[in-house]
Ligand binder design. Structure first.
Ligand code: ADP
Ligand code: MG
Length: 231
């Protein structure tokens, strides 16, 4: 059996001061294997984004342990945490998060600035990835001139450009029509197949269930089902 790329062990996260604090994630444990596509499903407010942010080394847990490729997210010094994030994780944020003043390829190349040393070939890498996902004709377009599906593909290219081990996608099919939803699911599936990345998709969209190897469900910050394996 391959070692897990992500281990969450009794993880909790709260926000605010004690007394009035919100418990967003509550005693959550699970593992993600190499090359696995996992769906994290739950209604709005159930803790998906909070959990994803911790798995993505953006947020530290209040208690419990998260290990990303064996490294402890809770206690790793900030600089090393930033490096682990840049080298290991591609994050597809909810709502694309593209910079409006930058063209499609520049938005993708931006991910190179997060690495300790920016690779010299960021332009050619960005162009190649965009071409591979059918955006060769949109390289020099600004986000305002792209459709929602195209913006999501640019956001996806940016998550891929540093060759991550793990892709985390927060509600990647929200605001997309069925054709673009299928496109996003197949791009993520393809990244698993061709590059062996592990993918975690946070969603409340039941219509992309068929893309998953495994589904875990979260409600009120707690996992309710970590056993459902799809055929
Ligand atoms: P989901 O992504 O499933 O909609 P979230 O992780 O965004 O859920 O939120 C889970 C709970 O934590 C919600 O009650 C939300 O209001 C709360 N929460 C999330 N982020 C913060 C924050 N920065 N400050 C205070 N409360 C937060
Ligand atoms: Mg969310």
């Amino acid at each position: 059996m391959t070692a897990p790329v992500i281990e969450a062990d009794d993880v909790s996260r709260s926000f605010g001061k004690s007394g009035t604090e919100v418990l967003a994630v509550h005693h959550v444990s699970f593992r993600v294997s190499d090359g696995e596509l996992l769906l994290l499903m739950g209604p709005s407010g159930s803790g998906k984004t909070t959990l994803l942010a911790m798995l993505g080394c953006i947020l530290r847990p209040t208690s419990g342990h998260i290990r990303v490729q064996g490294k402890e997210v809770g206690t790793l010094p900030s600089k090393e945490l930033a490096r682990l994030r840049a080298e290991t994780i591609g994050f597809v944020f909810q709502g694309f998060n593209l910079l409006s003043a930058l063209t499609a390829w520049e938005n993708v190349a931006l991910a190179g600035d997060l690495l300790p040393r920016r690779p010299r070939n960021m332009h050619s890498r960005s162009v190649e990835i965009l071409k591979n996902i059918g955006l060769g004709h949109r390289l020099y377009h600004l986000p305002e001139n792209l459709s929602a599906g195209e913006k999501q593909r640019v956001a996806f290219a940016r998550a891929l450009v540093n060759s991550p081990r793990i892709i985390l996608a927060d509600e990647p099919t929200a605001n997309l029509d069925s054709e673009n939803r299928d496109m996003v699911a197949s791009l993520l599936r393809q990244a698993v197949k061709e590059q062996g990345v592990s993918v975690i998709i946070a969603t409340h969209d039941e219509r992309i269930l068929q893309a998953a190897d495994r589904v875990i469900r979260i409600e009120d910050g707690q996992l309710t089902d970590d056993r459902k394996h799809l055929p």
